[in-house]
Write a protein that binds this ligand. Sequence first.
Ligand code: FES
Length: 141
Amino acid sequence: MDEGFEPTIIAFVCNWCTYTAADLAGTSRLSYPSNVRLIRVMCTGMVDPKYIIKAFLEGTDAVLVSGCHPGDCHYINGNYKARRRMKLLKTILPQYGFDEKRIKLTWIGASDGIQFAQTIRDMVVEIKALGPNEAKQAAVV
Ligand code: FES
């Protein structure tokens, strides 16, 4: 495994909850790895599985989808849709050759800056252990 491997993580974060938590982590000066690229969406329910597959095909090493806690979605049931889609994606991803552990769904509320920072730290450790995205590994061989 590449010792200097630094994974790239694409995080689709809900505007109302996790994006605010990420902002809070920043303003609270909580440190977390710079491996994550945030994509702010209005609700996790709008994260089309195509976006996630495209991110992997273009080389990201992991994808996080994170939004409001169940019952707190500002669009009533968007996070439940996201949960169903992520469950389905976990079964489909291996057919594309990607380890299903590369996708993660979390609920991180607006006041959970500490949880956001910890989630990113944990993901970086997990994805470093998995190694680079399988498509990049295949391209190297
Ligand atoms: S508004 Fe946050 S997950 Fe729907």
